[in-house]
Design a protein around this ligand. Structure first.
Ligand code: PMV
Length: 321
């Protein structure tokens, strides 16, 4: 029997969240926290079981996982066929609702396996588009960055309305990226509204800050290309300072960031919407244990990740019964 195994990474925004809503660029990267899918052919239905949601359903009935049904329909339509039966089990270690693109990574692994089980080549282009179809069901009008990072991996620079650009050959040696969950619930909508209001109130200064952010992104790209964790860390700090002054930080984000810097991070900032949620800290490998311990002793949940990991992978295994 043909079995399919797929794996795809989560994303974090490194620099440029919020500003990106108003036209400047952002840099996002794939991190080593993964969604996985294992699939096999069945006689009928498209049976998906999700460990995280604790459910198994036939997605053609479009109940909870209507997003994945959209991906399946899209893939079938590309090869002018009706959707074919399959059974796909999904597991994900990516925190949900934390701005790390968990729904996109799940859609990527589902799409890759579903295509493969139907004898369709799970090319990057196909998987990217099929996952985007699923994201539209979940997020309405998504920027497409989450599925792009999860599919392509590495470091991606993007601006609304433009094709995302992948930065090649980036390596920040001997560093780890800590993802720090404050556990404080947040609403992207509220944070975007607060930020936007301040930006308007700042008038000409707001416009200058937007173009300053674009220059910070340029410097950040240079720092990444030079492999300078020190310079990149400095720019993370600078970006956080600006986000904080725009009202989207939170006491617990500030504490987590402060602890990370104190214990030796190159730089730390909030990531995603802010006002709670998650922070990131770029940490030299030999300081990771120290930073991590200081954070966990204050009650923060810490994920230790590699930055800029490869995008999705998918393989098929032919078992002979
Ligand atoms: O919801 P999150 O945490 O993935 O953050 C979204 C990032 C923002 O820049 C604040 C909004 C956006 O649509 O880009």
């Amino acid at each position: 029997m043909l079995t399919c195994v797929a794996k795809a990474p989560a994303k974090v925004i490194l620099i440029g969240e919020h500003w990106v809503v108003h036209g400047s660029r952002a840099i996002a990267a794939a991190v080593s926290v993964y969604a996985r899918a294992v699939g096999r052919p069945v006689e009928s239905g498209i049976i998906v079981s999700s460990r995280e949601l604790g459910l198994t359903e036939d997605i053609t009935k479009c109940r909870h996982l209507c997003n994945l049904w959209r991906s399946a329909q899209y893939i079938a339509s590309i090869v002018s066929r009706s959707p074919w039966p399959a059974s796909i089990r999904i597991e994900s270690d990516i925190p949900v609702g934390a701005g790390m693109g968990s729904s996109a990574a799940v859609a990527v692994v589902f799409s890759a396996c579903y295509a493969l089980l139907g004898g369709v080549k799970p090319s990057v282009e196909l998987v990217l588009r099929a996952a985007y179809e699923a994201e539209k069901v979940v997020h309405g009008n998504p920027s497409g960055i989450d599925n792009t990072v999860s599919a392509l991996g590495g470091f991606i620079v993007y601006r609304r309305g433009e094709k995302p650009r992948r930065l090649e050959n980036i390596e920040l040696r001997d560093t780890r990226l800590l993802i720090i969950d404050t556990g404080v619930p947040r609403s992207t909508k509220t944070a975007v509204e607060r930020f936007s209001k301040r930006l308007v109130e700042l008038r000409d200064l707001g416009r200058e800050l937007l173009s300053l952010m674009d220059r910070i992104v340029d410097r950040a790209i240079e720092a990444l290309q030079e492999g300078s964790a020190t310079r990149f860390g400095l720019l993370l700090d600078l970006s956080h300072g600006l986000l904080n002054s725009m009202g989207v930080s939170h006491e617990s984000l500030e504490e987590a960031i402060h602890i990370s810097r104190r214990e030796g991070a190159y730089g730390a900032k909030l990531t995603g919407a802010g006002m709670g949620g998650v922070a990131i800290a770029l940490v030299p490998r030999d300081r990771v244990a120290r930073v991590r311990e200081a954070l966990t002793s204050r009650g923060y949940r810490v994920l230790e990740t590699d930055l800029g990991v490869k995008g999705y992978s998918v393989t098929s295994i032919q078992d002979h019964p």
